[in-house]
Design a protein around this ligand. Structure first.
Ligand code: 5GP
Length: 197
């Protein structure tokens, strides 16, 4: 039976280790694919066009909004972020499991459009640790660090809307948790019963 792909929406305050967890999970599970977002944020040194984001100017982003090319979009810490409309349905139809890294309001919007999606929230062990990790990253200004910790505290009130919560105290454990969620949801009978002969 050709099952449709699973849409996994992952939210996490910046600095939670979400990218590392997902990188390891992608190595451990085959058939996970990113939906690459569009952003007006400047690329960090390690980021590549089309792999981490599609980097756009504000004008280009506004044109995409006008042409209805975005499924949802939001402003976060002074930059715009949006999900391209075209890739997700194509990938799901082809049976691919799609991972969408998105902040809490975007996750709410995606749930309305794709009620079957699975939402996972990744938490740091503490706010102190979150701030330490953001500082260690060395790519953010002091103002951005403070803003992002402030946003993280607001985002916490959305955790109850998610299906699963992972605490990233230990990266290996967090990766195991994430892959277990994907595996269990893929096997869930509510997503389709395989036909055997
Ligand atoms: P960062 O600048 O750290 O890469 O991302 C900032 C925040 O924007 C993160 O919470 C990230 O998950 C979120 N984000 C990334 N892409 C999208 C998107 O397409 N839509 C929405 N709503 N949020 C996004």
């Amino acid at each position: 039976m050709n099952k449709k792909g699973l849409l996994v929406v992952v939210s996490a305050p910046a600095g939670c280790g979400k990218d590392t967890i997902l990188e390891c999970a992608f190595e451990a599970c085959n058939n996970l694919h990113y939906s690459v977002s569009v952003t007006t944020r400047k690329a960090r040194p390690s980021e590549e066009e089309g792999i981490h984001y599609f980097f756009k100017t504000r004008e280009e982003f506004e044109q995409m909004i006008q042409k209805k090319e975005l499924l949802e979009y939001t402003e976060y810490d002074g930059n715009f972020y949006g999900t391209p409309r075209k890739y997700i349905p194509e990938m799901l139809e082809a049976g691919k499991n799609v991972v969408l890294k998105i902040e809490v309001e975007g996750a709410e919007n995606i749930k309305r459009i794709y009620p079957d999606c699975v939402r996972v929230f990744i938490l740091p062990p503490s706010f102190e640790e979150l701030e330490r990790r953001l500082r260690k990253r060395g790519t953010e200004t002091e103002e951005t660090i403070k803003n992002r910790v402030g946003i993280a505290k607001i985002e916490m009130s959305f955790v109850k809307n998610y299906d699963y919560v992972i605490i990233n105290a230990d990266i290996e454990e967090a990766v195991k948790d994430f892959t277990a969620i994907v595996q269990a949801e893929r096997l869930s009978a509510k997503r389709g019963i395989p036909v055997i002969s």
